[in-house]
Design a protein around this ligand. Structure first.
Ligand code: SF4
Length: 277
């Protein structure tokens, strides 16, 4: 996509998301490249009242959170075998394919372990496979998946450059919500994928993913978790929660908020790149 095509695409996406006026993000211009992420977040917070993104208050500076991992496991997050991540991911995929740990094994057509770059800096985690995913064994391949690809493109991220998976790897019958015991049974696979890929940022898609990754109880709403950058493991892992693309297809009122979350994701990734440069 050349710059002109991308601009047209970006404007179409902004329109679809209900954005009025054009806030034009630039991957080369993070909010303040000299500030650490927390300070940049605060800067974003000040813009929050004007409809911009809001920074998470639960910064780990005061209250470390282990999220998906137990506290004792937090230090292991970045200790991953890097020699051949693809091979190691394949081992996890095989374990998923043979898994019968929860009742979803009896109703699935195919397991959906995940797909993408084993060295991805950004990992996308959804809730559970749907009908299309169950048929093909790949995550986010239905209409919601197509929207997800466009959402990533709008912030100049290629789908192939990220790793995409779900909290549970088998489709719940009739797309019902995954049960707590199913999430618990499947959790070790997600933990293994996280340890191996060791992403810098997770985009949690939907309430189940956000609550699972941030270890929040079932009553915590997605609206209280989105629009913020959560720092886990002393800031080694950042988490942004947003609406699941399938929710955006059904409930247009969430589109503007999701667009803000996308901008927040882009700023966060830009900020990380600036710090590494
Ligand atoms: S959902 Fe997870 S734990 Fe349950 S059978 Fe599938 S792979 Fe195993």
């Amino acid at each position: 996509m050349n710059p002109k095509e991308w601009l047209r695409f970006y404007m179409e996406m902004a329109q679809w998301f209900g954005v009025e006026g054009l806030y034009f993000p630039s991957a080369k211009e993070p909010p303040d490249a000299s500030s650490p992420p927390a300070q940049q977040g605060r800067a974003a917070s000040e813009q929050g009242e004007k409809g911009e993104v809001v920074r998470a208050q639960p910064s780990l500076a005061s209250a470390p959170q282990a999220g998906l991992f137990g506290e004792e496991e937090a230090s292991e997050l970045l200790v991953v075998p890097t020699e051949d991540r693809r091979k190691a991911l394949h081992v996890i995929e095989e374990a998923v394919a043979n898994c019968t740990k929860c009742p979803l094994a009896q109703t699935r057509t195919k397991v959906v372990p995940g797909v993408g770059d084993p060295h991805a800096q950004l990992m996308l985690i959804g809730e559970a496979p749907g009908a299309q995913e169950d048929k093909r064994g790949l995550p986010f391949v239905g209409p919601a998946g197509q929207l997800l690809t466009k959402m990533l493109s709008a912030i100049q991220i290629q789908r192939e450059a990220v790793y995409i998976t779900n909290v549970v790897k088998c489709r719940p019958p009739r797309n019902r919500d995954p049960q707590p015991e199913e999430i618990a049974s499947c959790r070790p696979f997600l933990q293994a994928q996280l340890r191996l890929i060791s992403p810098k940022v997770i985009l949690a898609l939907g309430a189940f993913a956000a609550r699972t990754i941030l270890s929040k109880p079932p009553k915590v709403s997605l609206s209280s978790l989105r629009g913020k950058v959560w720092e886990l493991h002393s800031g080694k892992l950042l988490v942004i929660a947003t609406y699941h693309p399938s929710a955006l297809l059904r409930y247009p009122q969430y589109k503007k908020l999701a667009w803000q979350d996308l901008q927040l994701l882009q700023r966060t990734l830009s900020s990380l790149s600036s710090q590494e440069a």
